[in-house]
Design a binder for this molecule. Structure first.
Ligand code: FES
Ligand SMILES: [Fe+2]
Length: 437
């Protein structure tokens, strides 16, 4: 049953506003770790991060150090990165290969890829003790549940709860959209990722991804400058490289952003529809279309390329920009520190030019060295300063409040600038934090 702090949580969330403690209180952060991150489905990584048996990749679920390990064949395991002997981290690098068994560097206990014990040195010394290789106490502990959807691996530390597909619901379209753009229906991760420590609460990132008002304010200077260069190039050469549009699109007016659609799904996932005119008629795009039509037929190709997605957020750990094969994962550190991982993907079987397009977006917009990402980071840090202060208690999510359409628990708005995504996220946040089980 909810304890006293959980009851307090209810007083922090109103349908159109949220108390600043949700962002600034370390106790609330502890509750989030316990009731959200260490309970629900969290993105581990993509299966292609661990292509060969024994390959591993470290990540965190809440405060738990985890490791995703490729088993034999198609299996992918998620284990606590902790040796059952005396607790030492078994896998020491961010990622690597364990070889034929995961081997603890301290006393060489060795583990199969699924965490079961392979061998211990001096095993005869354990005779007539409580040591038992079949007892889970002597194995690397497994995440309670591991499931994949189209190559994207999720793990949950809670043995109960909805399975991955039910939990994703309609938000699974993020993975369908990214994979269907490949003629063989698969994507491959591009190793490695950028990692950035944001000096702000994790929810700043989550809310920002579907905040369609901020681009033409925060990123206006970049958008205008890029549009100038774009026009100059067009004048001088008769054409403009597509990737300039990635930046000039940030100069899009409020009215245009407001034409997009937003949706909020159960469990906190949210969608911003629309697409920044990235279906041009250049030779590379047409070649990609030809490849997709050959693989799927004309009608299915149109269905795939006609999907109306700008951004899908899978709450609480990832945001996916499927049309550009981008994914960002967050790993909260404290109430005011958040690690983010910035990934991009290659469409298997698609023309190389389509990959380069994704790489341009990765480097021009999502990487920490861009003017776009840097300006976002600055906002979130300044937001955290403000919410730590006594300058006011409430965060406003009033824009277009009262105009959300509720269809069987899904919220929909035809205003792209609606603060529906934030309201939907906090609706789920409150549910996670106050659920009895
Ligand atoms: S702590 Fe791992 S083998 Fe001793
Ligand atoms: Fe931004």
């Amino acid at each position: 049953m909810p304890s006293q702090p959980l009851l307090d949580v209810r007083s922090l969330v109103e349908p159109d506003r949220v108390h600043r403690r949700a962002y600034s209180d370390p106790e609330i952060f502890d509750l989030e770790i316990k009731h959200i991150f260490e309970k629900t489905w969290i993105y581990a990584g993509h299966e292609t991060q661990v292509p060969k048996p024994g390959d591993y990749w470290q990540f965190q679920i809440g405060r738990q150090p985890m490791v995703m390990v490729r088993g034999n064949g198609d299996a992918v395991h998620v284990l606590f990165n902790r040796c059952p002997h005396r607790g030492v981290q078994v896998c020491g690098s961010r990622h690597g290969s364990g070889g034929d068994a995961l081997t603890c560097p301290y006393h060489s206990w060795r583990f199969h890829y699924d965490g079961s014990l392979e061998s211990v040195p001096l095993e005869s010394g354990y005779r007539d003790t409580r040591f038992d290789r079949d007892n889970p106490d002597f194995q690397m502990k497994r995440a309670a549940r591991v499931q994949r959807y189209r190559g994207f691996v999720f793990a949950s530390l809670d043995p109960k709860g909805p399975d991955l597909l039910e939990w994703l619901g309609d938000a699974r379209m993020a993975f369908d959209d990214i994979c269907d753009r490949s003629p063989v229906g698969r994507v491959e991760v591009v190793p490695n990722c950028f990692r950035v420590v944001q000096r702000s609460n994790w929810k700043f990132f989550m809310e920002n991804q579907l905040d369609a008002v901020h681009p033409s304010v925060t990123h206006m200077s970049t958008g205008y400058a890029a549009a100038d260069v774009e026009r100059k190039l067009k004048r001088e050469t008769g054409s403009q490289p597509l990737h300039y549009h990635y930046l000039s699109a940030f100069a899009t007016s409020f009215d245009q952003w407001d034409q997009l659609e937003t949706a909020g799904y159960p469990y906190g996932h949210t969608l911003l529809g629309g697409y920044m005119g990235l279906r041009p008629t250049d030779a590379d795009t047409l070649e990609h279309e030809r490849v997709l039509a050959a693989a799927y037929g004309e009608a299915k190709k149109e269905e795939i390329l006609g999907r109306n997605i700008h951004h899908v957020l899978i709450y609480p750990s990832i945001s996916v920009q499927s049309p550009l094969q981008q994914l960002r994962a967050i790993r909260p550190i404290s109430h005011d520190r958040t690690m983010s991982e910035i990934w991009h993907f290659r469409l298997v079987g698609a023309p190389e030019a389509i990959y380069r397009r994704s790489l341009w977006y990765y480097n021009l917009v999502n990487s920490p060295s861009t003017m776009i990402n840097a300006d976002d980071l600055e906002n979130w840090q300044r937001g955290q300063f403000g919410l730590n202060s006594n300058g006011g208690d409430w965060v406003s999510f009033h824009r277009d409040y009262g105009r959300d359409r509720d269809a069987n628990g899904e919220l929909h708005s035809t205003n792209g600038c609606s603060e529906l995504p934030m309201r939907a996220q906090f609706r789920a946040w409150l549910k996670y934090l106050t659920e009895t089980e």
